[in-house]
Design a protein around this ligand. Structure first.
Ligand SMILES: *Cc1c(COP(=O)(O)O)cnc(C)c1O
Length: 487
């Protein structure tokens, strides 16, 4: 079998199962109950369904699932992605029939419990962030960014001054410039200082009356706290701009600082990162958006409202709203999981999450800094960024070391991001890993660093123990072949 988008399937037979006549179930003979189907609609030939037994199907999918790597299999230190354990109590609650089986068109009188969950989650997120209004509509972090930037655009239009540009630090996630371009803004890059954080002077220089907003991630994607954020916010506000906070990295500061107190006007929350709902291949996420009071009228509809008698409803009666961001009210199952997580931990527990996430990242920083180049040496927040500078002289690069980790049973860290660090290795352990796991990971990393000295060639061959070795990732992402050839 030929290459599938650069992804060599080494055993084509794993897909070619079954034999004519095999089946997994017996459909009862309908006998005389056969409905009369008009001749023109009758099939001329049998449908091309697979002929496989139940056992073959079960084995096929179970075998494929074992080739996957997920947080339930092992350590997954993918920086900026917060791959933490998803507590199973979240699943128990989301699986309750009254939550799982409701239909989005059910009348509010029959969905009071679900609306209460949405109301309480929005309240909890407002409390955590210090924001006034929260919309649960956005389906992901990037969708939350888009929603927040549309809110900013609408608010500035209401002032008669929509403006043209958005400032974005050079450490930003790629979704930030994409979101602002979708809102018809030009992205203007602001360079970070030698210390890897924003310099208020650079922001002041770039700030003018054409700038609608600045988009800031705090801690930034170097894992560093933007200590001058309040000064930066003042500079932007003084010239009539707004401050958008990319809240994907809330795992470092939740319970410790309310982002609104740092001068942010808008923030998105990645429920699938900080609030432990599954993501990646594991399920849908959600990217609620919180805003300060002045921006509240512009949030998307429908919104959950509470009447004087305490009953809830979904309302579209917000004339300044940017409108709908999606068909229904949001990813409801994800909301139930996030609220369960928040309630199970309580305020003190959420603060512990941040503290332990930061402690774990600094533990890895301290244990690995003699073996890998650390471009920014100050204490980090929830993630730490190394580079391949020490190994590059032996022609061993970040990709080689990431692939070598796979042979040792770990998911690789984020690689080559943030872009301002050449050969970046971005490690986010999260708070849900114990010290023994962190130590095993350190041993693997140190062993790879010494292999880079003693036998650098061997690292170009890794991974050798996985079913797929080094696919052409760009080709596989840009031109995926999603059907099996010949079927
Ligand atoms: C993950 C992430 C996003 C995007 O979130 P998605 O849910 O993947 O759309 C944006 N910014 C940062 C800093 C992130 O880590």
């Amino acid at each position: 079998m030929s290459a599938v988008s650069g992804l060599e399937i080494q055993e084509p037979s794993i897909f070619q199962r079954g034999a004519p006549g095999r089946k997994g179930t017996d459909v009862p003979d309908p006998g005389d109950a056969t409905p009369s189907i008009p001749a023109g609609l009758l099939r001329k030939s049998a449908p091309g369904l697979p002929s496989v037994s139940e056992q073959e199907v079960v084995r096929h999918f179970t075998r494929l699932s074992r080739r996957n790597y997920g947080i339930d299999v092992g350590f997954y230190p993918l920086g900026s992605c917060t791959m933490k354990h998803n507590p199973r109590i979240n699943e128990d609650v989301a699986g309750l029939k009254g939550f799982k089986a409701i239909h989005p068109y059910s009348p509010p009188a029959r969905t009071q419990g679900a609306l209460a969950v949405m109301w309480e989650l929005a309240e909890a997120l407002a409390e955590i962030s210090g924001m006034t209004g929260v919309s649960l509509a956005p389906a992901a972090g990037a969708h939350g960014e888009l929603t927040g930037m549309l809110v900013i655009r609408k608010a500035l239009e209401a002032r008669g001054d929509p403006r043209k540009k958005v400032l974005i630090p050079d450490t930003a996630h790629g979704t930030n410039p994409a979101s602002c371009v979708l809102c018809n803004y030009k992205a203007v890059e602001v360079k970070s200082s030698q210390e890897g954080i924003l310099d208020p002077a650079s922001v002041a220089q770039a700030m003018d009356e054409d700038v609608a907003a600045i988009m800031i991630t705090n801690p930034n994607t170097l894992g560093l706290f933007e200590v001058d954020l309040p000064k930066v916010a003042d500079i932007v506000h003084d010239k009539g701009g707004l401050v958008y906070g990319d809240g994907a990295n809330l795992n470092a500061i939740m319970g410790r600082v309310r982002p609104a107190c740092l001068g942010l006007d808008v923030i998105q929350f990645n429920l699938h990162k900080t609030f432990s709902t599954p993501h990646g291949g594991g399920g849908p996420g959600a990217g609620p958006v919180g805003v300060v009071k002045d921006l509240d009228p512009f949030l998307p509809v429908p919104r959950v409202v509470r009447g004087p008698d305490g009953s809830y409803a979904l309302s579209e009666d917000f004339p300044s709203s940017i409108g709908r961001m999606r068909t229904f009210a949001g990813q409801f199952g994800v909301m139930v999981r996030a609220l369960t997580y928040i309630r199970a931990l309580g305020a003190a527990g959420l603060k512990d999450v941040s503290d332990m996430a930061v402690l774990n990242a600094n533990y890895l920083r301290a244990r690995l800094c003699d073996h890998f180049h650390l471009p920014f040496s100050q204490p980090c927040m929830h993630e730490v960024v190394f580079s391949d500078q020490k190994q590059a002289g032996n022609d061993v690069h970040t990709m080689d070391m990431a692939k070598a980790l796979m042979d040792r049973g770990f998911h690789p860290p984020t690689v080559y991001f943030p872009l301002i660090v050449s050969g970046a290795i971005m490690i986010e352990p999260t708070e849900t890993e114990d010290r023994a796991t962190l130590d095993e990971f350190v041993e693997a990393m140190v062993a790879i660093a010494s292999q880079a000295e003693s036998d650098p060639e061997s690292l170009h061959e890794t991974p050798t123990l996985t079913s797929v070795s080094r696919p052409d990732e760009v080709l596989a992402a840009r031109k995926p072949v999603l059907t099996w050839p010949g079927t």
